[in-house]
Write a protein that binds this ligand. Structure first.
Ligand code: FE2
Length: 272
């Protein structure tokens, strides 16, 4: 099958082919959180991911916070099995793994130990962590507890946090402790307002982020936008940086490997 990237590259005559993307943050499972309500909606979202050039996705329904008590691992696994079967039947070429988008909670280390909170691709290596958007909380104590379990925190969309928009340098101590930052594709395109857009580009330009992901919830207001964001990043920061953020590092999360990236700031992240 010819991918979206191959078609686009052929039209553009690109010297640098566009890689297949891996999405590590997507609310694509049916009936679990504020993502798709039905299996049909989930399949439509997955089709949108494929059209956007994504061939592997980690489904990350919300856990804890306002979804505390919902999205238990057994329900997440069952929903992913149902979705993968429907995608196969309908010939939609994407592989759905599971994880969770976990709201900051002091019970988290214990809940990971008990298997009640999911790590990405169930690898027990990377935890996708969401902070409250308008309250600043120091992650230091939680990071220390997770470090003893060899769990690395991936902080989702720091660019949307009000304190970090004003003082992005607040992430430096976390980066030094191994936290990885995930920027949301739509933020780079202005979907979450000018402050989130500016902060997203700032973090990327200073080489402080490891991933771009969709955080998609549907095919309308919170659609994927991965390909447009990739093209914008490639234009501004070069193809190597773009491939690292959209394909290489996300793929390493799936296979539980170390990232091919060193936390900045280290000057501009443009390819040399
Ligand atoms: Fe999310």
């Amino acid at each position: 099958m010819i991918s979206t990237q191959d078609k686009l590259s052929a039209v553009r005559g690109d010297r640098d082919p566009i890689p297949r993307f891996v999405d590590i943050h997507c609310h694509c499972l049916p009936g679990l959180d504020d993502g798709p309500a039905t299996l049909q909606d989930s399949v439509a979202l997955c089709q949108a991911l494929v059209t956007d050039g994504i061939d592997r996705v980690i489904a990350t329904p919300h856990q804890l916070g306002r979804f505390d008590g919902q999205s238990c691992p057994r329900a997440i696994r069952a929903a992913a099995n149902t979705l993968n079967a429907a995608l196969k039947t309908q010939g939609i070429d994407i592989e759905v793994s599971i994880g969770a988008d976990v709201r900051l909670d002091e019970r988290m280390p214990r809940l990971i130990d008990e298997g009640k909170v999911l790590t990405l691709a169930e690898g027990r290596r990377h935890l996708l962590l969401e902070m409250p958007h308008s309250v600043f909380i120091d992650l230091g104590p939680l990071l220390a507890q997770l470090a003893t379990r060899d769990v690395t925190v991936i902080l989702s969309h720091p660019e949307r946090h009000s304190s970090l928009q004003v003082r992005p340098e607040l992430v430096f101590p976390w980066l030094r402790k191994g936290v990885l930052l995930q920027i949301t594709a739509g933020s780079l395109l202005g979907d979450f307002g000018p402050d989130a857009e500016a902060t997203a580009w700032h973090l990327l330009s200073w080489n402080m982020a490891a991933f771009v992901a969709t955080d998609a919830h549907d095919t309308q207001a919170r659609r994927p936008r991965m390909l447009e964001a990739f093209q914008a990043v490639r234009e501004k920061l070069g193809p190597k940086v773009a491939c690292r953020l959209f394909a290489d590092n996300p793929g390493r999360v799936l296979s539980g490997q170390e990232m091919c990236y060193t936390a900045g700031p280290q000057g501009l992240g443009r390819d040399e």
